[in-house]
Structures are given as C-alpha cells and as structure tokens.
Write a protein that binds this ligand. Structure first.
Ligand code: CU
Length: 230
C-alpha cells in the first residue's frame, strides 16, 4: 500500500499498466517501425519539500509537427453527488458524455474560458448530453443543485498525456522530438506558464519542482462523509 497526496492509503497501481494484448500490439509496432515507436519519457513532479506529488496531469505537446491522432471520447459521470472522475484529461477536440448515475437531477455548468457551457437540470433517464472541448486549458465544473460538487476537465493539445503515480512519477511513450512539457493539478499554485518546460530532442528525463505549497485537498462534503479526492 502506498499513500496518495491526501495521506490515504491506496493500493499501488502502475499508471502504465498495459494489457497483454496492447503490449503485443506495441511489440509488433516496434518491429514494424522502430523510428515511429519513439521513446519513453520519465517525468517526475516534486513539491517544494522534495516530496512526490501524485495525480498530476503530465502532457507532452509536440513542437515539431502535431500528432494526427484523433481525440478519444470520454465520460464525466455524476455518481453519489460527485463528479466521477474528479479530474478528467482529454485531448483537444474530444467529446465528453455527461451521464447521471444518481436518482436525483444535476445541473452541470462551467464558467471557464476554455469551455463555457451548461447542461440544464437533467436526470439519469434523459438522453445523455455530449459536449465537445475544442480549446486547451482547465475547465472547472460545478452543479447548480449541489454546491459542493467540483470536477475538472483538463484539455491538452496532444495525445501524449497521463498522470503521476503515487511516487509522483509519470512514464509517457511518444515519438522522439521536441516537446512542451505541461503539468497541471488543481492543488498546484505555481504559475502554469512558469512550470511549462521545453524538452529538446533526446531529453527523456525531467523533474518538475514546485515552488509554492499545494492547496488543501478537495473534500467531499455531503451526507456527513468527508473523503478526500485526488
Ligand atoms: Cu448535482
């Protein structure tokens, strides 16, 4: 067992757990085209006390010609009066479906510059709304009915993204080249542009060091439960 950034014990789950099938597909790809397979990028995020920061979004944006990969669709559910997942990462242009798995209605909105939208009062029995996210950036979600509901969709301009594991580490497979490395988490207070780093061709390891303390963790506040979310 490991601890997340909120001090909870969590089973250690590798971020890059590939199924045997996808591993075989990767090996096949490697045999077919070694140059296109690229490299493994190791990114680490540490706070100002050199402690690892788990759950951080890590994205490699190609600087020499973008990827033509189509964005994968995603789901932001409403379950137990929470956004699930608390943090969703999607590629620019992705469509996100908003089901409602609760027996009550929600009214989801965002006032964020990256995506202004509203899904008026809706229940689980209604047709699910699909919202597209054509702009990169942070989208903060709220619910008009339940003030404590807070969720995030972080939109990145690249198909190469993941989140740091319990050890604050992220491993990303991407073609070799120059990248802008972006890191993001709602608890990070450092200026996002200041944290953005250019990785030159062949630079496969990088440690991001935060200068400011993390904000307190988001806590669930309904029906007497207090559960921290990453
Ligand atoms: Cu709600």
């Amino acid at each position: 067992m490991a601890e997340d950034e909120n001090g909870r014990s969590v089973p250690w789950i590798p971020v890059f757990e590939a199924s045997a099938k996808s591993f075989l597909a990767t090996v096949t790809l490697a045999l077919l085209s070694a140059s296109a397979l690229g490299a493994d990028y190791h990114i680490e995020v540490l706070d100002k006390n050199e402690a690892p920061v788990p759950g951080v979004v890590v994205a490699l944006e190609p600087l020499d010609g973008g990827s033509t990969a189509a964005p994968a669709p995603a789901i932001m559910d409403q379950l137990d009066r929470q956004f699930v997942p608390h943090i969703l990462v999607v590629q620019k242009g992705a469509s996100v479906t908003f089901p409602n798995s609760d027996s009550i209605k929600h009214h989801v909105y965002s006032f964020s510059a990256a995506k202004l939208f509203e899904i008026k009062l809706f229940g689980g029995d209604q047709e699910q709304e699909v919202v597209s996210f054509p702009k990169a950036g942070e989208v903060e979600l709220g619910c008009n009915v339940h003030d404590w509901m807070l969720g995030y969709i972080f939109v990145v301009d690249t198909p190469f993204f993941t989140r740091t594991n319990a050890a604050g580490q992220a491993l990303l497979a991407a073609p070799e080249g120059s990248y802008e490395l972006r890191v993001w988490h709602p608890r990070i207070q450092d200026d996002s542009e200041a944290l953005t780093t250019r990785l030159s061709d062949g630079q496969l390891n990088y440690t991001v060091r935060l200068n400011n303390p993390l904000l307190p963790p988001y806590e669930q506040e309904h029906v007497g439960e207090h559960q921290a979310y990453d």
